[in-house]
Ligand binder design. Sequence first.
Ligand code: ZN
Length: 329
Amino acid sequence: MRKDDGFPPPESGSSVSPDRPWFTRRSTLVVGVAALAPACLAGWVLTQVLSGSGSDGQQQPRPLPASHSALAPGQRDAKPGSTPSGSPSTDASSPAAAPVPAPAKGPLAGKTVVVDPGHNTGNFKHTDEINRQVDIGTGRKECDTTGTTTNSGYMEAEFTYDVSLRLRAALEAQGAKVILTHQQDRPWGPCITERARIGNEADADAVVSVHADGVSAGSRGFHVILPAKVKGGGADTAKIVEPSRELGERIAGNFARTTGSAPANYLGSGTGLVVRDDLGGLNLSTRPKVFIECGNMRDAKDAAQLTSPEWRQKAAQGIADGIVGFLGG
Ligand code: ZN
């Protein structure tokens, strides 16, 4: 059973244009690898090179990415003796010298990112509420969906919330203001309309909706969903299509690097990018926004990764690194 994001999956014709594969564009390392391999395999080869252990779920634990230490330089600045002039904040024992909260530092200072943990663990118990139809501009759709689970019962909504918390921490470490669309503090939802509205009203510089897929075993890998150009009712994505694509490409490339996962082998033609016009959360967004399906919960190898806290940290870091790249870090 699959009650995920309004599938069936999109037709293959909606995938990324083949002349602009993400893995040939952004980083010099990616370009270098792509130049050495047939283009159709470059993304996969890249993950092999960078992970050093293939893409199965039994990779040895690796140290967390170093960028979690991004705040350290700013914090070190406030330590005694760290600056020649001596800082008023060095005497932390004196209330009078209590430091004024410093403006956020880091490449995302002044930026707002909205993180949307897909679904809600309570949705399974509130099917009447979430099945209520809402207006997504181009049509009507369920307010929210239950999401999928692994075969052992780990809920997609648990996964998305865990990754979202890790993503929030990683982004805040880079100086961003981060808003979650919910914090498992409500019995169900929010509706997809509200999820979109939160990003819009926050005037977010980037919005990411975190998901995992639920398709047949053997289908593996991640993909990033980009908004199609749609117009109808309250939906008009003309202004976000291009920036969302750049955001998605950045996230896909970095996600592959940090997790060692390959782009999905069941859609997107191996690019890890898919365009959809049927998701209210994208259609109603006025801010650059993508969804990421981090893996397939119904595949045992992917599930082994999705249920690993260490892997989820890598996933969050890859998404964060993509956002940093997109926002000019
Ligand atoms: Zn989902």
